[in-house]
Design a protein around this ligand. Structure first.
Ligand SMILES: C[S@@+](CC[C@H](N)C(=O)[O-])C[C@H]1O[C@@H](n2cnc3c(N)ncnc32)[C@H](O)[C@@H]1O
Length: 239
């Protein structure tokens, strides 16, 4: 089973112009095995087939390194769930520091096991709600990069994520398909949160018909103390 996963991953990553080392392939394999094992007793992912996990989770997560260089940077993954995109990014960029956060403690416990099993020295986790952690001075405006996939609509997501990013830092939202309308609807959030779009990078996951966009926001100024709003407001009444 292992060789098959590694072969699919090695080939798929090469198609995305990423040459994975044997040590990285070993880590991905251990991650996959633990994901599938734990998925039997808890809800981690609807995708379990080897090829699907490789393309829809692993390659989708790491494709960003061809666009953004995380070397030496501090990165937070907001709403990481079963570790996407944070764990794959951390496997391929072992000289960057990753913090994975999620509001569901079961998933955080799973991720702590993955960190142990895969011997990931550059990853820590935190169980928290984004709108609360973003007010904590240990985390607020402390990251060069924030990444997030499949967590909320763009306005809500900006209020969750921009607080973590230092001035001059960047938030990358992994979105599927056409993002024009979502970007348009987040104009007020961008204004209130002093960020603006730096780039919208389209890409297709190789050997699939799946297209994605990375929406890249740059933070221009220190945030107003009133953000992020408490009590579920970023989701209930997006800016
Ligand atoms: C659909 S899952 C996506 C997980 C992962 N990013 C992925 O792409 O597979 C959304 C995750 O965001 C987390 N989440 C939702 N709202 C959150 C919040 N306000 N703060 C922290 N985590 C949150 C959920 O617990 C869940 O694990």
């Amino acid at each position: 089973m292992g060789e098959k996963l590694k072969e699919i991953l090695k080939d798929g990553a090469l198609a995305a112009d990423i040459d994975l080392t044997d040590s990285q392939l070993d880590k991905f394999e251990k991650f996959y095995e633990h994901l599938i094992e734990k998925n039997k007793v808890m809800n981690l992912t609807a995708i379990t087939d080897e090829r699907d996990v490789v393309y829809k989770h692993f390659i989708d997560s790491i494709a960003l390194i061809k666009k953004i260089n995380f070397d030496g940077k501090k990165v937070i993954d907001v709403g990481t769930g079963a570790g996407f995109p944070g764990i794959p990014l951390a496997i391929v960029t072992d000289n960057a520091e990753f913090v994975l956060m999620d509001s569901l403690n079961k998933r955080i416990k799973f991720l702590n096991e993955v960190i142990e099993i895969c011997d990931l020295k550059n990853v820590t986790t935190i169980h928290a709600r984004a709108e609360e952690l973003g007010r904590d001075t240990e985390y607020r405006e402390k990251f060069d990069y924030c990444v997030s996939r499949a967590v909320a609509n763009m306005s809500t997501l900006l209020e969750y994520c921009i607080p973590f990013v230092r001035v001059g830092g960047v938030f990358v939202s992994y979105k599927s398909g056409d993002v024009t309308e979502e970007i348009e609807l987040s104009k007020n959030a961008q204004k209130q949160l002093f960020c603006r779009i730096k780039d919208v990078i389209g890409f297709s996951i190789p050997n699939t018909d799946i297209s994605r966009s990375f929406v890249v926001f740059e933070k221009k100024k220190e945030l107003n103390k009133k953000y992020p709003r408490q009590g579920g407001k970023p989701k209930k009444s997006p800016l």
